[in-house]
Design a binder for this molecule. Structure first.
Ligand code: HEC
Ligand code: HEC
Length: 381
């Protein structure tokens, strides 16, 4: 049960694995670093962890996201390299190899790409622990490249502008005026994780950018909140304040007026043909700002609605993607809201299906506030 709750927490709050570790540490009575007790300052990896050699100098809160990137790149679990409850030990050979690989990757980028992170673990590994060195002969006959290029070129020539697409999305939602009339949204529904387990979930939003989701687990409620400035997560007895990176993602999720704000969030936008999502043709609008990871929006070619959002969390080794698919749009108070969304990261996903939605009902600001440290009792396993 305890183990299960940790797993569930991992699946739902993947951005905050450090908290999971803190909980795991408390359960095992080990000395795993306690994220909730760590000061907000930029502590270095080697100051918080016991056996950091290759990743020396990176912020401590980037260690776990980097590990998630490694695991996703090789298609393995943490245990492939780590002894349970003793991540600092070098007992497993793949961990020792991985350390050499980190140094190799940094050297490749330094020597060949002016230090830009062009080559990552994924460039070679592609989701496997044994990279392919020899070209594979496929069964299908390759299509003549020239013809394919001509087709793609013709389609690209007629692409609408990002401005047109974002305007169409805003109009499809109901328009800026209708959207501004929504001051709060309360949704009740069900979250489905691990292809089967269901739990009740409530999501509270308040304009312009406060959000709280409450998952009702057997062991007690789990919260993910954003108070307008700072994001936080909690399980019974523990509170975790989000890192700057987690906060950036939470801020986007919490923006009740996001469809109206998108144009102002990024310096540049690029439009392309997007992949088909659930049978719908899409346009891809990618937002970019120098020095920030991009945001990718997949908009329905016909309805204009947002069907998929992909955002990235930067780590020293590469970017961890999070994909959110929106579906089941329904009318409510003159705007359209998605009644279902599926959030997916490498290795885990969950679905939220809204059953009941109310808007413009009073929601007290105190709901979104970070629980006081006094509420942080040590958790009993
Ligand atoms: C392919 C191998 C590999 C995988 C998979 C992997 N790690 Fe690591 N991990 C390493 C290496 C190598 C280091 C040491 C890095 C260094 O020397 O700076 C490390 C270090 C750590 C540390 C710091 C331990 C300490 O006290 O020094 C933690 C915590 C950690 N990993 C957690 C995880 C978690 C959680 C996962 C799963 C999401 C994971 N790792 C997956 C290779 C791996
Ligand atoms: C330039 C290509 C390349 C890059 C980049 C790369 N690897 Fe590798 N890696 C390989 C190859 C090739 C092998 C297999 C070597 C062999 O078969 O003995 C390998 C093997 C490994 C193994 C051993 C797997 C096993 O079965 O025991 C680990 C662990 C590993 N890599 C981790 C990483 C990590 C972590 C990164 C990113 C920090 C990374 N690699 C980046 C090419 C690469």
């Amino acid at each position: 049960m305890h183990e299960n709750r940790q797993k569930l927490w991992f699946a739902v709050c993947g951005t905050s694995l450090s908290l999971l570790l803190a909980i795991a540490g408390a359960g095992a009575q080990s000395s795993t670093p306690n994220a909730s007790a760590a000061p907000a300052g930029p502590k270095l990896a080697e100051e918080e962890f016991k056996n950091i050699q290759a990743l020396k100098g990176i912020p401590a809160d980037q260690v776990i996201p980097s590990m998630q990137f490694i695991a996703a790149s090789l298609g393995v679990e943490c245990e492939f390299c780590h002894v349970a409850h003793a991540n600092e030990k070098d007992d497993k050979k793949p961990k020792v190899t991985a350390r050499k690989m980190i140094n190799m990757m940094m050297a490749i980028n330094k020597d060949n790409f002016e230090g830009h992170r062009e080559v990552t673990c994924y460039s070679c590994h592609r989701g496997s622990k044994d990279p392919e060195a020899t070209p594979i002969i496929t069964d299908e006959e390759a299509k003549p490249a020239a013809e394919e290029e001509k087709k793609a070129g013709a389609a690209k020539a007629t692409l609408p502008s990002a401005e047109q697409l974002l305007d169409k999305y805003l109009a499809a939602i109901g328009g800026a005026d209708a959207l501004q009339k929504i001051t709060s949204r309360v949704q009740k529904g069900t979250i489905t994780v691990f292809g089967g387990q269901h739990f009740p979930v409530d999501v509270y939003s308040k304009a312009p950018n406060k959000r709280l989701s409450v998952m009702h687990l057997q062991g007690g409620d789990s919260f993910t909140g954003f108070d307008g400035k700072q994001g936080w997560l909690s399980v019974p007895g523990r509170v975790h304040t989000m890192s700057a990176m987690e906060n950036a993602a939470a801020r986007i999720d919490a923006d009740l007026y996001l469809p109206a704000h998108l144009k102002t969030l990024y310096e540049k936008f690029r439009v392309d043909i997007g992949e088909k999502i659930d049978g719908h043709d899409t346009y891809l609008v990618a937002g970019r700002t120098e020095g920030q990871p991009p945001l990718r929006l997949y908009l329905d070619k016909e309805s204009g609605l947002l069907l998929r959002l992909v955002r990235y969390a930067e780590t020293p080794l590469g970017r961890n993607p999070t994909q959110i698919d929106y579906a089941d749009y329904r009318d409510a108070n003159g705007v359209k809201a998605p009644f279902r969304w599926i959030l997916a990261r490498s290795g885990n996903r969950f679905t939220i299906q809204v059953e009941q939605l109310q808007q413009n009902v009073p929601v007290d600001d105190s709901k979104f506030a970070i629980p006081p440290p006094a509420a942080q009792k040590p958790s009993t396993p």
